[in-house]
Design a protein around this ligand. Structure first.
Ligand code: GLC
Length: 535
């Protein structure tokens, strides 16, 4: 293989190399037909394949694929084998859908629970994050499909993500924000690593020679390619000097020409261009060895998604009411019982092959019990007392009240951070009103990141953290509530009592173009333990 790569490289013209280091489209690499170098396709994301129907329209609907639970749920299983199985299944769907590289896993550390993409990341702890990312990569790549370990590095917020500088001291970088990437690179060697949008100590991730070359390629021995986050390159020549091998999306003729000119006028060493072209060729030729096409087992992957969701769910409180037994009348309250809230917004959004309706899945396991539904809360942030009153009427005559509480999409997504850790006012009022008339109240949460509960947790009998649970989450919730699955998931991130208790509270999300990681290594449980802050 090496010989082939070198001989191919030696046959390529300057113009062909300059074209190769930028994508041909939003999702494909540039082929060199003259030399038989094929194109490679990449697409999102960390918990399912988002292959758009129309390559020229990034906003077009994607092809149906299994939407697995998001990373925060998977990490709570603490089960590397399970995460590997998800990787294998996603690889099978990549092959069927014609995708060479899946743009995941995301393994950024959860510095603040306000982070808008925390649902896509594993943990506040570097070791667990590294183990999860490594397992996912092994799973995917065992099938001849590549991965993209992202977003390297210190991309821990959405606020000004394209420009803000993460100001991190060396020890904190090395002990908290890099180890998960280091472990995954050294143990699983992802085909690609995706650089972050933000700056790290003043230098863009797409031009950061210290991160991309000194650490990633030289100290860790990474031999794959570094791809930019989409639109993260600001100056193609500077990014090549910084070790950024493949700019996405493409094409960008002006930038390609700028690379040709820079080599010709001596401002860019041709060896730097060759090294990036070499790394791209290595991955493109490796990808071409996997035959794409065929089908994937929709039912088997849906069943796996259900198992993973149940394994990741965490029983945060239970006074003994769970598992449900001999219930004749069950009040099922909350919009999320009829419309599953199973994934987050942004680039990871999947078009699922099917979606369990939680209410229906509950009915299947509830035997002869009568189920009565009440919506409980609206889709928006409005307060509607009538919905609460209706729910109270249903709850007080039932044997148990199940409250399906989903954090609304406008609260957490790629692209913006949360401004608080609260449920909506209506949801808090609903939980308080229902639990006031029905002591046997169970709260089932669908959220990607921690919410505060102190206003209502003492009044309810049980709390099940069901996360962004994937398309089969409705069935998984029913499995746990009725005891078909023992909820053995454990939190992979701290749930603070209130926002102002969080370690980054005084320094999040930064100002004047910079965010200081002033808490240093005291992220997550390291902080709460050191300061003995209750959680
Ligand atoms: C997005 C995300 C990245 C994703 C890429 C392609 O902006 O930051 O995670 O893989 O662009 O959609």
């Amino acid at each position: 293989m090496t010989q082939d790569i070198e001989s191919l490289l030696n046959q390529m013209t300057l113009e062909e190399k300059a074209a190769l280091v930028t994508g041909a489209t939003a999702w494909t690499s540039t082929p060199v037909k003259r030399l038989g170098i094929p194109s490679m396709m990449v697409t999102d994301g960390p918990h399912g394949v988002r292959k758009v129907n129309n390559l020229d329209d990034v906003a077009s609907e994607s092809l149906p694929a299994t939407c697995f639970p998001t990373a925060s749920c998977m990490a709570s299983s603490w089960d590397p084998g399970l995460v590997r199985a998800v990787g294998e299944a996603i690889a099978e769907e990549c092959i069927a859908l014609g995708v060479n590289v899946i743009l995941g896993p995301g393994t950024n550390i959860k510095r603040s629970p306000l982070g808008g993409r925390n649902f896509e990341y594993y943990s506040e702890d570097p070791y667990l994050s590294g183990r999860m990312a490594t397992s996912f990569i092994h799973g995917v790549q065992s099938k001849g499909v590549g991965t993209s370990l992202k977003h390297y590095a210190t991309n821990n917020q959405e606020y000004q993500r394209f420009s803000i500088s993460s100001e991190v001291d060396e020890r904190t970088l090395r002990e908290i924000y890099l180890p998960a990437f280091e472990a995954a690179v050294k143990d699983a060697m992802p085909w690609t690593v995706m650089c972050c949008y933000n700056k790290v100590n003043g230098v863009y991730g797409s031009e950061n020679h210290y991160l991309l070359v000194d650490i990633l390629k030289e100290q860790w021995g990474f031999d794959g390619l570094v791809v930019s986050d989409w639109g993260a390159v600001h100056d193609r020549v500077k990014s090549l000097k910084g070790g950024l091998d493949w700019e996405m999306p493409g094409p960008d003729p002006r930038r390609t020409q700028a690379v040709v000119d820079a080599v010709k006028n001596g401002s860019l060493d041709s060896a730097a261009l060759d090294e990036s072209a070499r790394r791209i060729l290595r991955i493109v030729m490796k990808a071409s060895e996997t035959k794409l096409g065929g089908k994937f087992d929709v039912d088997a992957h849906h069943a796996l998604a259900r198992r993973v969701a149940a394994e990741g769910m965490v029983l945060l409180k239970n006074n003994g009411i769970l598992p449900l037994q001999s219930m004749n009348h069950i009040a099922v309250i909350g919009k999320a019982a009829q419309a599953a809230h199973f994934q987050g917004g942004g680039s990871s959004h999947i078009n699922p092959t099917r979606v369990d309706v939680p209410f229906v899945e509950l009915q299947k396991l509830a035997g002869a019990a009568e189920l009565t539904y009440a919506q409980g809360y609206p889709a928006d942030d409005s307060q509607q007392p009538a919905l609460i009153e209706q729910a109270v009427q249903v709850a007080k005559t039932a044997d148990v009240a199940l409250l399906y509480i989903a954090l609304p999409g406008f609260k957490e997504s790629e692209g913006y951070d949360r401004s608080d850790l609260d449920l909506t006012r209506q949801q808090v009022a609903l939980i308080q009103a229902v639990s006031a008339v029905q002591p046997k109240t169970v709260v089932i949460l669908n959220n990607g990141a921690p919410v505060v509960m102190s206003e209502w947790i003492d009044g309810v009998a049980a709390v099940l953290e069901a996360w962004m649970m994937g398309q089969a989450g409705g069935g998984a919730i029913a499995d746990v509530l009725f005891g078909r699955v023992n909820p053995c998931g454990k939190l992979a991130e701290t749930y603070p009592v209130k926002l102002s208790d969080t370690p980054s509270y005084l320094n999040f999300p930064g100002e004047n173009g910079a965010v200081r990681y002033g808490e240093g290594i005291f992220v997550g449980y390291r902080y709460y333990d050191a300061r003995q802050v209750p959680v």
